[in-house]
Design a protein around this ligand. Structure first.
Ligand SMILES: CC(C)(COP(=O)(O)OP(=O)(O)OC[C@H]1O[C@@H](n2cnc3c(N)ncnc32)[C@H](O)[C@@H]1OP(=O)(O)O)[C@@H](O)C(=O)NCCC(=O)NCCS
Length: 122
């Protein structure tokens, strides 16, 4: 059965996160990519989209962040810019067959993400 989740995040919240909090929420690859942005607004938009994606996935799966660890949810981009979501570590073990589609948009003050889970047998 397909399941959908959506979340909206205030972009400015991202500028107030400590480095330790960021490490608990974002994957290393996401943090490294965010650090390549020279504009603080672009960086905050990028992080807010990923923050929304993690919450949207949890909503789609109907689980709290007990079976899913936010920093193990990894949202990267294809060369085209299209975002893709993958799991790592224990989260991947909990949802080994996860297959999903994701879409992100940001327009200050908000970023939004929609996740469609296509199949899930984990
Ligand atoms: C790329 C595009 C999505 C940007 O739209 P925008 O209104 O400027 O920006 P938004 O804030 O709404 O969306 C940005 C998000 O779109 C997503 N995105 C970028 N390229 C994408 C693509 N090819 N397909 C799907 N999603 C894409 C990314 O997740 C990006 O956020 P992120 O960089 O933080 O991950 C838009 O130009 C588009 O619709 N592209 C799809 C069609 C296309 O490839 N057009 C090329 C025109 S030459």
């Amino acid at each position: 059965m397909n399941k959908i989740g959506v979340d909206i995040v205030n972009i400015s919240r991202m500028t107030k996160l400590s480095e330790a909090t960021k490490k608990g929420i974002f994957n290393k690859a996401e943090i490294e990519r965010s650090n390549t942005f020279t504009s603080s607004q672009a960086k905050a938009e990028y992080l807010a989209g990923r923050f929304a994606a993690k919450e949207a996935l949890a909503k789609a799966l109907g689980v709290a962040f007990t079976k899913l660890k936010p920093s193990e949810i990894v949202v990267t981009n294809l060369d085209s810019g299209k975002p893709v979501l993958n799991l790592e570590g224990q989260s991947k073990e909990n949802f080994p067959t996860l297959k999903c589609e994701i879409s992100i948009s940001h327009d200050s003050p908000s970023a939004i993400a929609v996740v469609l889970v296509e199949e899930m047998n984990g």
